[in-house]
Design a protein around this ligand. Structure first.
Ligand SMILES: [Zn+2]
Length: 118
């Protein structure tokens, strides 16, 4: 199975890349399978995610899913964001080959981790 055009677009032009210097929470997650690492910064105000940025290293699926998931977070309520699943992220990007599912787990794990304290 090949990557969708949307996934390749998020890989080639990732949205929401960077750091938030005054972030309210930061999480870093990794998976050993392809050595993907994602770091996620969020600002949360009144139960809503005001801003989110990420940095990721890894395979194209990891970069694309991290970028898409980070973009999704902005403006979302914390309770709603906690319910984001890896399948939701993968499906929105046109699906992932079975061997790349772990890359979308990275993004959903980072979201759960970064929202732990809210
Ligand atoms: Zn990967």
């Amino acid at each position: 199975m090949a990557y969708s055009e949307k996934l390749l677009d998020y890989f080639q032009n990732p949205r929401c890349v960077g750091e938030i210097p005054d972030a309210h929470a930061i999480a870093e997650v990794s998976n050993p399978v392809c050595g993907d690492v994602m770091k996620l910064w969020v600002k949360v105000d009144d139960g809503r995610i005001q801003d989110a940025k990420f940095k990721a290293q890894g395979c194209s699926a990891a970069i694309a899913t991290s970028s898409y998931a980070t973009e999704m977070l902005i403006g979302m309520r914390v309770a709603e964001a906690r319910r984001i699943t890896r399948d939701q992220i993968a499906e929105a990007l046109g699906g992932l080959p079975a061997s790349k599912i772990h890359c979308s787990v990275l993004a959903s794990d980072a979201i759960k981790e970064v929202l732990k304290g809210f």
